[in-house]
Design a binder for this molecule. Structure first.
Ligand SMILES: Cc1cc2nc3c(=O)[nH]c(=O)nc-3n(C[C@H](O)[C@H](O)[C@H](O)COP(=O)(O)O)c2cc1C
Length: 328
């Protein structure tokens, strides 16, 4: 049996009970998934699948995943369950618990007014459970800005001017309630200007003399969009004779094949932030995710600069037991 983590790890008001947890994914979708993740002694926190205000209309003919030996590929959108379901489930997990283990609710909306309502709903829950009057919070928010699979809605994190109106909503919420911990789920970036572009947008939220930035963490990375596997690689028969693993071919790739990209993103952000002239920017933490499935991967992510390390593909492939194998 691996040893359990000894140290709590903090990001702003969230106290993780260990450095390893799940990222937003279909294996953190419903109340049973979330309970299994929350109850595991090997998870330092839990992230929900990304919720929208009304729920995402899932079509099993279009929205699928596949595994190969080195990767996962998926064409999912967001959770079919609306935010309201997650608020109920999170409340019932947290109410009987005395653990500081946090739950990060992943949300998304392309519409600032809708995002504002979603944040307000999460804030009502946080108020009810005492988060807004305590130094330690049990609920944080991750804004998913990087799903590559929605044809009509390109990820705003590849386009900082499109991201800014959403960031302004988060900024307002944190200024109204500084106990709120908010992070951004970012995509895999590949050229330096993409990294500096998003950091400039985040820095623009700060006022002169602010000790902290309203964004407390960056989760790097989401899947790499626009990838194709042959059905044979994924042990599938192929969709409608196309010979690809997913309907229409394209999907977001993750797992071992993404690891080097995610590691590079974590390292580059950690370096840029550590050397940033603004002390508030220096305090932004990185959550590393992409191709981690064992303790060696966790250590690489930490070496690159991650405070917390997450996984999705390994959870989908091996189940909640994977977190024991990821203990360092
Ligand atoms: C099937 C699947 C569905 C995913 N759904 C979401 C999601 O709803 N929201 C999100 O932020 N990331 C989502 N992701 C991305 C993961 O959280 C993670 O960032 C990415 O898969 C890289 O980690 P991994 O290599 O451990 O899978 C999904 C990943 C997979 C494999």
């Amino acid at each position: 049996m691996s040893s359990l983590p000894q140290l709590d790890t903090k990001i702003h008001t969230l106290t993780f009970t260990g450095p390893v947890m799940n990222s937003a994914c279909p294996w953190a979708s419903d109340d049973k998934d979330l309970a299994a993740l929350y109850d595991s002694p090997y998870t330092g926190g839990v992230t929900t699948r990304t919720a929208t205000a009304e729920g995402f209309k899932e079509d099993p003919a279009l929205h699928q995943h596949a595994f190969t030996s080195l990767a996962s590929l998926n064409s999912y959108g967001y959770s079919p369950y609306p935010l309201a379901h997650y608020l109920t489930w999170v409340r019932s997990l947290l109410e009987p618990s005395s653990s500081p283990k946090p739950i990060i609710i992943s949300i998304t909306s392309p519409i600032p007014s809708e995002l504002e309502m979603m944040v307000a709903a999460i804030q009502s829950l946080r108020k009810e459970i005492g988060d807004t009057s305590s130094k330690t919070s049990h609920v944080g928010i991750e804004l998913n800005t990087s799903c590559p699979n929605i044809p009509s809605k390109p990820p705003p994190s590849y386009d900082p001017p499109a991201l800014l109106p959403l960031l302004h909503i988060l900024n307002k919420a944190v200024r109204e309630d500084p106990t709120l911990t908010v992070g951004l789920k970012l995509p895999p970036y590949v050229i330096p200007s993409q990294f500096t572009g998003v950091l400039e947008a985040i820095e623009s939220l700060q006022g002169a003399g602010d000790a902290i930035n309203p964004i407390s963490f960056l989760t790097c990375t989401n899947t790499l969009g626009g990838c194709i596997f042959g059905a044979d690689e994924a042990g599938k028969e192929g969709v409608e004779g196309e010979g690809w693993a997913l309907p229409g071919g394209y999907g977001g790739m993750a797992g071992s094949a993404l690891h080097a990209v995610s590691l590079g993103n974590v390292h580059r952000f950690a370096t840029l932030l550590a050397n940033h002239p603004s002390p508030a920017m220096q305090k932004i933490a990185i959550i590393g995710v992409g191709g981690v499935s064992d303790a060696a991967g966790v250590k690489r992510m930490q070496k690159a600069g991650a405070t917390i390390v997450e996984c999705a593909t390994a959870l989908g492939r091996y189940g909640v037991g994977i977190f024991e194998k990821m203990q360092i």
